[in-house]
Design a protein around this ligand. Sequence first.
Ligand code: F6P
Length: 319
Amino acid sequence: IKHIGIFTSGGDAPGMNAALFAVAKTAESYGIKLSGIRRGFEGLIDNDLIPLNSRQLQRIMHLGGTLLKTARSDRFMTALGQQKALRTVQKNNLDALIAIGGDGTFRGMLSLANIGNTPFIGIPGTIDNDITGTDYTLGFDSAVNTAIKCIDNIRDTAESHNRVFLVEVMGRDSGYIGIYSGLSCGADSILIPESDEDITYLLNKIKNYDSEDAFIVVVAEGDALRVEEVMSQIRNVNPHIELRVAKLGHIQRGGNPSAQDRMLGIRLGVLATTALIEGESGKIAGFCNNKPSLSPFEGLVKKHLINTELKDLLTLFCG
Ligand code: F6P
């Protein structure tokens, strides 16, 4: 391998720049040229490439977002888009590709692999923690830490007024950010898409809420019930409480990556690059049980599973 192309795709996640830095450092140590493809699959279609080196990336590896920019590409869903992307790979003599992103990114890479035969490795980068092949995705830890800071702030004011707060966190249809941030902040109730019982727990608890303390409810955005619906169900069982809503939104996606995410970016960047050098392809570079781990794309499914240990914690603290 003489030349690797790398891109970030889908939602940005803190730690992506650290992973770019690690790939550049590893590639340089093997004398391999590295090109960055800007705006994910869009840049692959438009032949939008820039040279990358570890010196420039070292200076921004501590920043959130992605130097390469990112996009969700509708054009790449078409056969024409995929052909154009393949032409970019061939024109620039890219011997291998590294894609950093979520499940949409990996599905895109599988389509590209079906029409060309460029080796590729995926690095799971999304705040949602919904990709198999790794215990944690890049950006999840930072997003949870940001959510925690916000919920702690909300608690200060909620306790002062004895108010009920509904705090909506991100995660698409995964409840990981919800359950991690909720448990870490001592939430009274956590609603996640993976549980049907949580709304019953909430309504039972809040029926008898006496307004002598704050009451914090963390709602994962992918829950079957939207925040507005939860509000009206709460009002039905207890009409007298003071209710406020805070949607944390994209605040959770930004900010400097946590130490965990910087280390994860470094580990996965090194693993992805060395895997390509060793002739691997079609794999996800992950970190499982405290060890770097490669797993095949074929078995790739979105991880929706909150395990029983987490479910038991949810029942103990919020049931
Ligand atoms: O997948 C990451 C994520 O932040 C989800 O948690 C959220 O639902 C979605 O992206 C928001 O997407 P966009 O930035 O396109 O609004």
